[in-house]
Design a protein around this ligand. Structure first.
Ligand code: OGA
Ligand code: MN
Length: 302
């Protein structure tokens, strides 16, 4: 075995070195990486030179991949294959996007704390973000540890939120940025979905807060009370002591577990510098309510 695991924080983030992800991996390297991914929720693989195919092949070791959500109008061309989420600030000609572009407005949502694809019935398990080029300043990615955040809650709060279900919608996070220009068809195509507020990770038995900027209502609570609870939990969960900030180097591949982390991109001068980061996303096994055995009232169970 060659892969070496170097902790960056005690049990949240680690670097993995001496492994070349462009080549098929030995079984014991795969096992070491998987074990590290169960222990840490964020793994950094520096210095990887990957084609899109190699990026996707590595991602598939973790499970079936998502395909891109319809974030752009149907006649927009994609710069990348459908299995890659284009998180860059580039248009289909690989030029820096326009100030007023819809793509830019949409991606601003990544600056809000979130977990990937919680607005989909089956959310994301792992995300693998690969940096092909990065700006000289800014544009970091912050990760918050939802296991540590849950553990740090007062017992009374744990009792209050265990078993609660939130409605998640992509339009909730976009509305927070003043972006509400969606057609009826677009809204109908992505109805709100239920997700538990606290989830247990089968591999470790640990509990995590499971929230995102996409969470809008708490089922069974009045809207204002639910929103206030979500805000309170998000503020708690994203305190500095739970956060690891990843400062990108070119050719870093970072993988995170969306079940156990929140993340957000930090600002940079996106009208000046190219930031070409591309994400492969592995689906979770099922909706988080289904995994927890929580029954959800019909209207949100779509
Ligand atoms: C993502 C994401 C933030 C960033 O790729 O899912 O939210 O820093 N990225 O690019
Ligand atoms: Mn994201």
């Amino acid at each position: 075995m060659r892969a070496e695991i170097w902790p960056v924080t005690e049990d949240f983030a680690a670097e993995v070195g001496d492994v070349d992800l462009s080549q098929p991996l030995a079984q014991d390297d795969v096992a070491a990486i998987r074990a590290a991914f169960d222990r840490y929720a964020v793994l950094v693989f520096p210095g990887q030179k990957l084609s899109t195919g190699q990026h996707l092949d590595f991602a598939r070791l973790f499970g079936p991949l998502e395909t891109t959500i319809a974030t752009h109008r149907a006649n927009d061309r994609l710069r990348v294959v459908p299995e890659i989420a284009d998180v860059s600030n580039l248009n289909p000609r690989s030029e820096i996007w326009g100030k007023e572009s819809r793509q830019r407005m949409f991606q601003l949502g990544n600056r809000l704390w979130h977990s990937d694809s919680t607005f989909k019935h089956t959310p994301a398990y792992a995300s693998l973000l690969y940096a092909r080029s990065i700006p000289p300043v800014g544009g970091h990615t912050e990760f918050a540890d939802m296991r540590a955040a849950y553990d740090a809650l007062p017992e009374g709060t744990k009792r209050r939120i265990d078993g609660l279900v939130c409605e998640h919608s992509i339009f909730t996070s976009r509305a927070k940025l003043g972006f509400t220009d969606f057609s009826a068809e677009e809204r109908a195509a992505m109805p709100p979905v239920p997700q538990v507020m606290v989830r247990m990770i089968p591999q470790t038995g640990r509990k995590c807060l499971y929230l995102a900027s996409h969470a809008g209502r708490v089922m069974g609570l009045p809207d204002d009370e639910g929103r206030a609870l979500i805000e309170e939990m998000m503020a708690h969960a994203t305190q500095r002591q739970f956060v690891y900030t990843h400062r990108w180097r070119e050719d870093d591949l970072v993988i995170w577990d969306n079940r156990q982390t929140l993340h957000r991109g930090t600002p940079f001068d996106d009208l000046r510098w190219k930031r070409d980061v591309q994400r492969a996303t592995v689906e979770d096994v099922a909706n988080s309510c289904a995994q927890a055995g929580v029954k959800v009232p019909m209207q949100a169970a779509v």
